[in-house]
Design a protein. Structure first.
Length: 99
């Protein structure tokens, strides 16, 4: 079954904030971070049910090389994967005051 990806509004800001952080350290790290996100989305697309459910129906995938999880839901009726957030592994996913 082919799914399309949809980002929640906060995902763009999650990625921009993380990319800016890594860019300040080294621009190559920022590029590598974006590559790892694309790579993770490819894994999710191939096997959307293959990753652990962390809470309610939200699944997560830890990026390679970076301490960030992609949090996503699967909407079978619309054949969509909804990316809810890209969150640092050590942040509380329920704490929306820092987003």
């Amino acid at each position: 079954m082919n799914y399309s990806f949809v980002n929640s509004p906060s995902v763009k800001f999650d990625i921009i904030n993380a990319t800016d952080y890594y860019k300040n350290i080294n621009p190559e790290l920022a590029r590598q971070f974006l590559f790892r996100i694309r790579e993770a989305k490819s894994y999710i697309a191939r096997s959307p049910l293959g990753f652990q459910v962390k809470y309610k129906n939200v699944r997560t995938l830890l990026l390679k090389q970076f301490p960030y999880h992609i949090h996503y839901l699967i909407n079978d009726t619309e054949q969509k994967i909804v990316i809810l957030a890209v969150i640092h592994a050590y942040k509380n996913p329920y704490d929306f005051t820092t987003r």
